[in-house]
Structures are given as C-alpha cells and as structure tokens.
Design a protein around this ligand. Structure first.
Ligand SMILES: Nc1nc2c(ncn2[C@@H]2O[C@H](COP(=O)(O)OP(=O)(O)OP(=O)(O)O)[C@@H](O)[C@H]2O)c(=O)[nH]1
Ligand SMILES: *[C@@H]1O[C@H](CO)[C@@H](O)[C@H](O)[C@H]1NC(C)=O
Ligand SMILES: [Mg+2]
Length: 400
C-alpha cells in the first residue's frame, strides 16, 4: 500500500516521478507553443497536411487537401481564375505554387470561371490541390458575346486587318470576349457575391517567394484597393482610341475623379495623352467593391458602348489600370515588391538580397523586370516618392 505516494517510496521511484513530472511539463509547453504558432498560421513547420473527402459545391464527393485550420482573423476574399478546360495542366503548377507559398497557411477559397461548363476532370484535380473551398461557375451568355450595338461586319474587318499587321491576338474573337469579361463582368458573377477581395491567378504563373502574411488582410487593414506586382507599356495598336473615349468620359463625369488620384502614372502631360503604362492584370489583388462601385461601373459601360473591345482590341489591363489611376486615391494603389511573381516572360524578383533570403525566394534578381526600361514601376516609385533599392539603375537596360 502507500507505495504509490512519493513520500514513502524509495529514491529510485522518486527519481522516476520527477522525470514523469518533467516530461508532462515539457509536453505541455510544446502543446502551448504549437497552438500559439498555428493560430497565426505563419509557422508552416507544424502544419499538418491530410487529405479528406468532402462534398463539393456541386454535390460531388472529392478528395481535398486539408491542413490544420487557420485560426486567425480572415477577410472575405477569394482567388479567382478564368480558364478553359484545356488550360488545366498549365494551371495546376500555378495553383500549387500559390498554395505552397501562401494559401495553405490561410486557406482562402478559389472561384473558377469558364464560358463553358468545367469538366469533371478539371474540378476533381484542382479541388485536390486547394486548401480553401473551390467553386466552379459558368459565365452568363450576355457576358461573353457581342452586345447588340456592335456591328459584326465592322468587327470582322478589324480582326482581318489586325491579322495582317500581326498584332498579338488581333484576329481572335475569344481573346476579345475574355478582355471584355475581365474588364467589366468577372466581379459581377454570382459566385463572387460572397467576397469583398480577390486575387487573380492565371495558367502559367508562379509565386517565387514565401508569403507569410495575409495579403488580403493587409489590403483591408491599410486602406488599399488595388495592388500589382508588374507594370508595363501597352501596344498602342490595340488601343488607338481608348484615351479619347476616356477623356470624353472624364469631361462628362469629373465628379468620379478624386483630387488625389494617380493620373500622373498614366499620363505625362496632365491627361492630354496616355503614356501606355498599365498594371499587368494577370496578377491583381483588389477590392471587388471598387469595380462594383458607381465610378468604374459607369466608366466600363461607357467604354463598352464605344465598342473598342471589338473594333480595336482593348485589354483588361489598360482598362483596369486607367480606372484605378483615375477613380482611386493615390495611396489606395499598392505595389507588392515583396511578392515574387512570374508570368511568362517577366519576373518581379526583389533585387534586395535581404528580402529574397528572408522570403526563401527562388527567382534570379538579374531577371527582375521592376526597374527595366519597358516597365512603368520606376515611374510608380518616382511619382509616389518611394525610395528605389540600391542597384536599380543596372536593371534599366537588362535583357529580359
Ligand atoms: N474560359 C476561357 N478562358 C480563357 C479564354 N481565353 C483566355 N482565357 C483565360 O483568360 C486568362 C488570360 O488569357 P491568356 O491567354 O493568359 O492571355 P494573356 O495573359 O494576355 O496572354 P499570354 O501571354 O498568352 O498568357 C487566362 O486565365 C486564360 O485561361 C477562353 O476563350 N475561355
Ligand atoms: C471525378 O470525381 C468523381 C467523384 O469522385 C468521380 O465519380 C469521377 O469519375 C471523376 N472524374 C474524372 C474525370 O476524374
Ligand atoms: Mg496569361
């Protein structure tokens, strides 16, 4: 009897009890540390990865990756990808890099949109990689077709001329529907109604650095509405009258332009002409409510009726960029210089060694496009009084 209490046990047993006590304390401490680090989601060393079978939004049972649930505060945000079924195997590495570098820590949803039904294979395979909920939507016909005010013969003639001039995608009908959809409709799709923020992802892109903080929450917490990684000059041949139409809109609706807008990013002569600078819209983290708001809605409508999506080849990148530069306040536009990003053929790769090593980047800083002469991000730094990193001049003439 009495043998099980420390008081009247022998020294050997007392040592054993001490060890058990110590082990309990160590285990408890470890448990608390584990909980602490997983609740801010930034310590991926302790994230548990499993697969689970879930009933997806279309009622199918699917295998899905699942991680230790993120317990920090999230915002209403989603990834969004417009894609064809045939884009699947170019898209998967892009999704995987976004999941591995960012999303497995935060587990945001992913919306897929297509002008036709996604295949079962597309849904099965993408779902298996994505840590958040996956949703698949078909685009309504009105958002992917010629509006009735467009003269189809005139549009066909333009495509033929552009084919002869070898203007990239100049002869394509589907590319025009895509640009019009991305300009004015993706944020109105019913599947996007659940969200305030989106991050656009395209086939063939890659994240080349770890992102250990929540980019969406950063936007909300810092009053940002539009963020980019790469900017560039547009081909003038695709948008000959876009600026004329934009100027007419500005004259009609001066009330939509805030005092402290970023006109100086898109015009070097106070609005007389467009300098062709635009944010490369294949990467965007932005506010859906900005596009849904009165200023941009009226602007898109005005452009759509002018017909340039079909009579020229207006891209969603210059359209979004002009909208953001005119209707947002200067400090609502953000450059994510710490997000390593690649869309063929350009990289955004921070030239500061410290940033790249801290974020475990895999990109070659020699290939960074940010300060290349054909980029507009140098201008973005200058007009916003931002300090350029040491060595930026060496990149101006680098081949990319
Ligand atoms: N559903 C659907 N998606 C499309 C279609 N055309 C393009 N997309 C998608 O729209 C986005 C932009 O198309 P891209 O072909 O990448 O256009 P881009 O980035 O200007 O050109 P690239 O340099 O070829 O990448 C991608 O996410 C495509 O998957 C289409 O006809 N149908
Ligand atoms: C997709 O998954 C469903 C449900 O698990 C399965 O029935 C179907 O055969 C799969 N289809 C393809 C093409 O992989
Ligand atoms: Mg692309």
């Amino acid at each position: 009897m009495g043998k099980l209490t420390a008081r009247n046990s022998n020294p050997q047993q007392q040592r054993l009890y001490k060890r058990i006590g110590l082990a309990i304390i160590v285990l408890f401490t470890f448990f608390m540390l584990y909980n602490g680090s997983s609740s801010n989601g930034t310590s991926n060393g302790v994230l548990k990865q499993n697969t689970e079978t879930v009933i997806d939004s279309d009622g199918y049972l699917r295998n899905k990756v699942s991680y230790t649930p993120y317990k920090g505060k999230k915002v209403k945000a989603t990834f969004v990808t417009l894609a064809r079924n045939s884009d699947l195997y170019e898209l998967l590495p892009a999704i995987k890099s976004v999941e591995d570098r960012f999303n497995h820590k935060f587990q945001y949803d992913w919306v897929f949109l297509n002008d036709v039904e996604f295949s079962d294979e597309f849904k099965n395979v993408t779902s298996a990689l994505i840590s958040g909920k996956t949703k698949y939507g078909v685009i309504p016909k009105e958002h992917w077709s010629f509006p009735d005010w467009i003269d189809q013969d005139k549009a066909a003639k333009v495509r033929e001329e552009m084919r002869e001039k070898q203007i990239i995608y100049g002869d394509s009908i589907s590319y025009r529907h895509m640009c019009r959809f991305e300009s004015g409709f993706f944020y109105r799709h019913p599947l996007m109604d659940d969200y305030d923020w989106y991050w656009r992802v395209e086939p063939g892109v890659k994240l080349t650095c770890d992102i250990d903080y929540d980019l969406f929450k950063f936007m909300e917490d810092n009053g940002k509405k539009y963020a980019f990684t790469i900017s560039i000059h547009e081909y003038l041949a695709t948008i000959p009258t876009l600026w004329d139409v934009t100027r007419k809109f500005m004259q009609k609706h001066p009330e939509y332009l805030p005092e402290d807008n970023m006109l100086d990013f898109i015009s070097d002569d106070n609005g007389l002409s467009y300098n062709l600078c635009h944010f490369w819209s294949n990467f965007e983290v932005a506010s859906l409510d900005f596009w849904r708001g009165p200023a941009y809605s009226a602007y898109f409508d005005y452009l759509d009726h002018a017909g340039g999506f079909f009579y020229e080849r207006w891209g969603d990148a210059p359209v979004h960029s002009i909208g953001a530069a005119l209707f947002l306040k200067r400090d609502e536009i953000h450059f994510f210089g710490d997000v390593g990003y690649y869309h063929p053929p350009f990289y955004s790769c921070n030239i500061d060694d410290e940033v790249r090593l801290a974020n475990k980047c895999e990109c070659n800083p020699d290939l960074d496009f940010t300060f290349n002469g054909y980029s507009c991000t140098t201008k973005f730094f200058t007009i916003n009084d931002m300090t350029k990193p040491n060595g930026w001049q060496e990149h101006v003439n680098k081949r990319v």
